[in-house]
Design a protein around this ligand. Structure first.
Ligand code: GRF
Length: 197
């Protein structure tokens, strides 16, 4: 039985598309069953629907910071899709421990830094400010602590002279689109050993 995968996005969804493409490539132990967003205008929703995947949107703004109420609404389409695995892909809302607990051990996230370096935001600028020689991305299991949890994969890129946060982000994004599909393929096949590209 292929694993059922729901993907949560907030924007363009380039990582979500990379996951869809790989699952459509055949021989994959998983299939996409939902793409959901906290932003009804997320461009990724149109792309997911065009790819034939069920989509859903729950605007977080009317909930005015009541995370539990927003998550209760978001859970409806997610539970209806009966996912085995949840993939956060450019999803920009912090999830409560209660929500994370429902998917313990089967929720993944991609973060644009070499965790444990630079959890949180503005990861590329922080790497530049620190004078790091390299940067990268991490896929990890989601736990109640933000951007923590067991590392399932990492990919590295060099930081080059003259790099800005934008040029570095673009270089890392290319690796995100390689790493996340490779990690999901392994994870869905029952292999949780970390992959270093
Ligand atoms: C990516 O840098 C990802 O690492 C971060 O959000 C950015 C945009 O992701 N979480 P996507 O294009 O929406 O997949």
């Amino acid at each position: 039985m292929t694993k059922r995968v729901a993907i949560l996005i907030s924007g363009g969804g380039s990582n979500m598309l990379a996951l869809l493409r790989d699952m459509a490539a055949g021989g994959h132990p998983a299939q996409p069953v939902l793409v959901a967003s906290n932003d009804p205008a997320a461009a990724g929703l149109v792309k997911a629907a065009a790819a034939g995947v069920t989509v859903a949107a729950v605007d977080h703004r009317p909930f005015k910071g009541d995370r539990a109420a927003f998550e209760a609404a978001l859970l409806e389409p997610i539970l209806a899709a009966e996912p085995d695995i949840l993939c956060l892909a450019g999803f920009m809302r912090v999830l409560t421990p209660a929500f994370v607990g429902r998917f313990a051990g089967r929720m993944l996230n991609i973060h644009p830094s070499l965790l444990p370096l630079y959890p949180g935001l503005h990861t590329h600028q922080r790497a530049l400010d620190a004078g790091d020689a390299e940067a990268g991305c991490t896929v990890h299991e989601v736990t109640p602590v933000l951007d923590d949890g067991p590392i399932l994969g990492q990919a590295r890129v060099p930081i080059l002279p003259g790099d800005t946060a934008e040029t570095l982000a673009a270089r890392v994004l290319v690796q995100e689109h390689r790493l996340y599909p490779a990690v999901l393929r392994r994870f869905a096949g029952g292999d949780r050993s970390p992959l270093y590209l």
